[in-house]
Design a protein around this ligand. Structure first.
Ligand SMILES: Nc1ncnc2c1ncn2[C@@H]1O[C@H](COP(=O)(O)OP(=O)(O)OP(=O)(O)O)[C@@H](O)[C@H]1O
Length: 717
């Protein structure tokens, strides 16, 4: 293909893009006007007008934000369809390249021109599906598929696939050798990018699969599972906005580092209503980032912890009063420890959660005391039960006793009880081994919960019930001061309208769809926690069993079944590794194959010609610094330094200051789901030896790099 043809094709696409941007500007202005009109309704002052205003402002603001956020790379695809692919409704008003055919442009959002002709089709619309799904064997009416890459409103390159050579007129230009490979060789930024322009068919199958039931997506490293999970969230929000925007879509990832890495993808697709959380952030008021060492994580994650926590949640409060004495009309009414224990059990057996049963517990104590008073006092001095109860209940000694005996319990407090080895041994008797008990009791830091503790806190919250606090009424975003229902600036108004429309309580527990990424590492107790967030949800579960750090997959599978229920399941497997060069993936594959020789692995599509470097050294620190510097020199983008889980902080100091913008040091468990252009794995043999599943963690660490991989250790791995 001559340069002249390429230039003229680019010029033609540029002309189209210019039309699209002019239209985009017009629409943006008109959305802003609708928004303003919405505010002027407020002057009418009645309630109906305010409601209408909120709705108008909300819709106009969201449209305007979509128009702004999807500005860059707005149009990325063009389909030239033959006569068998023509739809009419989605055809762009340009001369078709195939006689009797039509042209369709695909982009981040749908736009129409003034005469309501299609300018751009939203990538999630059915009319865009052939862009992702057509193959030479199943063309779906497509003759030529064109990927258009642009930056700052300028077309930079185009790449074509000719799917139907026989149907193409001779004059049809075909440029480049495939958009995917062109795209893959680009450097990685700090955050993950969307892949709308190059979604592959097997990925599209999973992205567009029906929302009902449970969609399970499996695939090896770099096959696009995370990308699929996020694009699926965007697809569901588009396909059934009412249901998913109001019900909510929750995306759960393994770590904060990961959530930071993927956080820009959905906004770049124009979707900012999905909730993205790491496993350490799922419980209100807790922000855990610290991971436990594998042997501790194994105890805290097992379903057996349910029994231990259930017993703790019914136990007497440590150091609480073990008797009650009240002098009443000259007689001593008293309850000793066995009687109090009986009462506690009776109340807990009523089926009411402990925090909700305080009044009941007080009632039972008063009942027992009253019966004593009836026995002890002559009938002339007895009171009726209705008079006796308030008389006693208001006494300071009774109030004091109840505070100690049946206090409001918070999950973190009860978790703290587990630090006492003797107590824990009682609750874990017959459930955990002595060694597990020792591991568990030594690992709890009540003021600094770990990621693994969060599931235990959630379980305890479920067992204890909400503390009886008065919730603040929801804030009215238009109420700026007592009696003044207005907000100050234009920007405030927009933000307020927006926030209110999608506001959910921090502890929201009824998501319409839950997407779990890196699901192979979700422990059984974490599955229970996630399950509580979506009792009626449909699910997308994404993961790779070969990367699992969890030692008992059967138990995790059972817990997952418990969380997602018996809804219909459909499975998808991704088979191409888009991340690693073939040379890098071969190194990672060797590690996993030593443990699982027959495992099916994805195919890495890109060869870089650069072999990974393995260094065995005596003095780790200077070698690590040197290797990190070398990687920073060799790649344009990011460099990840991956360390044994417990040595992250130490190694971070060694490489401190080398590349503040481009270099990140993470523990091996936190490297799940991450991607860097260059990766330095420090002391791989230790990562492998960290636990029974250490070889899988090492496999994860070795499969994070797009371009260069170096390992440095004091012994071979
Ligand atoms: N169709 C595609 N077009 C372009 N890039 C893609 C495509 N699919 C995946 N990628 C890129 O491949 C890389 C790996 O994708 P992703 O992180 O989603 O894989 P993964 O299966 O979740 O990996 P892992 O299990 O190793 O964490 C990302 O950079 C992603 O953008």
């Amino acid at each position: 293909m001559s340069d002249a043809v390429r230039e003229s094709e680019i010029a033609a696409e540029q002309a189209y893009l210019d039309r699209v941007y002019v239209r985009l500007d017009q629409l943006r202005v008109s959305a802003a006007e609708v928004e303003k009109a919405g505010y002027s309704l407020a002057r009418v002052g009645n309630f109906g007008a305010l409601v209408e205003r909120d709705a108008m402002v909300y819709h106009a603001a969201r449209r305007r934000r979509a128009l702004e956020s999807e500005h860059d790379g707005l149009v990325f695809g063009r389909l030239d369809l033959g006569p068998d692919g023509v739809s009419g409704a989605d055809a762009a008003a340009v001369e078709p390249a195939v006689p009797d055919g039509e042209v369709r442009y695909i982009g981040r959002l749908g736009l129409r021109d003034e005469s309501y002709d299609s300018l751009v089709v939203d990538w999630r619309a059915p009319a865009a599906a052939p862009f992702y799904r057509a193959t030479p064997a199943d063309r779906m009416g497509v003759v030529r598929r064109r990927s258009i890459r642009s930056t700052n409103e300028k077309v930079v390159s185009i790449e074509d696939d000719l799917l139907d050579p026989a149907g193409a007129p001779e004059s049809m230009a075909v440029i480049g050798d495939g958009a995917l490979l062109a795209n893959l060789s680009r450097a990685t930024g700090r955050g993950m990018k969307d892949i709308v322009a190059t979604i592959q068919r097997e990925q599209d199958d999973a992205i567009r699969s029906p929302a009902s039931g449970v969609t399970v997506v499996r695939g090896g490293p770099g096959t696009g599972k995370t990308a699929v999970a996020l694009h699926r969230a965007a697809y569901l929000l588009y396909a059934d906005r009412n249901r998913y925007e109001s019900g909510g879509v929750l995306v759960v990832g393994p770590s904060d580092v990961f959530v930071g890495y993927v956080s820009r993808v959905l906004p770049s697709l124009g979707e900012d209503t999905a909730t993205l959380r790491s496993l350490g952030q799922l419980v209100e008021g807790v922000q855990a980032t610290r991971h436990e060492p594998p042997e501790v994580a194994a105890v805290k994650g097992t379903l057996r912890m349910q029994r231990v926590l259930a017993r703790a949640a019914r136990a007497p409060v440590p150091d609480s009063p073990d008797r009650l004495r009240i002098l009443y009309r000259g007689e001593l009414l008293s309850l000793d420890k066995p009687a109090l224990d009986d009462l506690r059990r009776t109340v807990l057996n009523l089926g009411v959660k402990r925090n909700a049963a305080r009044a009941k517990a007080a009632g039972h104590v008063l009942d027992t005391l009253w019966r004593q008073s009836v026995e002890l006092l002559p009938s002339s001095r007895q009171q009726h039960r209705e008079e006796f109860a308030p008389d006693i209940a208001e006494r300071p000694e009774f109030i004091q006793f109840m505070r100690g005996w049946w206090p409001v319990l918070r999950p973190a407090g009860v978790l703290g009880w587990l630090t006492d080895r003797r107590r824990l041994s009682r609750w874990a008797n017959g459930v955990l081994s002595n060694r597990e008990i020792a591991t568990l009791s030594g690992s709890i830091r009540p003021d600094d919960p770990s990621v693994e503790d969060v599931a235990l806190l959630d379980e305890l919250h479920e067992l204890l019930g909400d503390p009886p606090v008065r919730r603040r009424p929801p804030r009215d975003p238009f109420q700026v001061a007592e009696g003044v229902r207005e907000v100050t600036t234009y920007a405030d108004r927009m933000a307020a309208a927006r926030a209110r429309a999608v506001e959910r309580p921090e502890d929201y527990r009824d998501y319409a769809h839950i997407i779990v990424d890196e699901s192979q590492d979700v422990s059984p107790m974490q599955w229970r926690m996630i399950g509580r967030r979506g009792p009626h949800a449909t699910w997308t579960i994404v993961g790779d069993p070969a990367q699992a750090a969890w030692a008992d997959p059967a138990e995790a599978e059972r817990a997952m079944d418990g969380a997602v229920g018996t809804r219909r399941r459909s499975g998808f497997t991704l088979t191409t590794n888009y991340r690693n060069s073939a040379e890098i993936f071969a190194t990672a594959a060797r590690v996993i194959r030593q443990a699982q020789p027959d495992i099916e692995l994805p195919t890495a599509v890109r060869s870089s010609g650069v072999a990974p470097v393995e260094r065995v050294v005596e003095d780790l620190e200077p070698a690590v610094r040197e290797a990190a510097q070398a990687l920073l020199d060799q790649v344009e983008g990011t460099v990840g330094v991956i360390t044994p889980t417990g040595r992250r902080d130490e190694v971070a100091k060694w490489v401190d200051g080398l590349g503040p913008e481009r270099l990140q040091t993470v523990g091996a468990l936190d490297s799940k789901g991450m991607e860097y252009d260059g990766v330095l794995v420090v002391e791989p043999a230790d990562i492998r030896a960290e636990s029974a599943t250490g070889f899988r963690t090492l496999y994860v660490a070795l499969s994070r790099a797009t371009q260069r991989l170096t390992t440095v250790g004091t012994r071979p791995y």
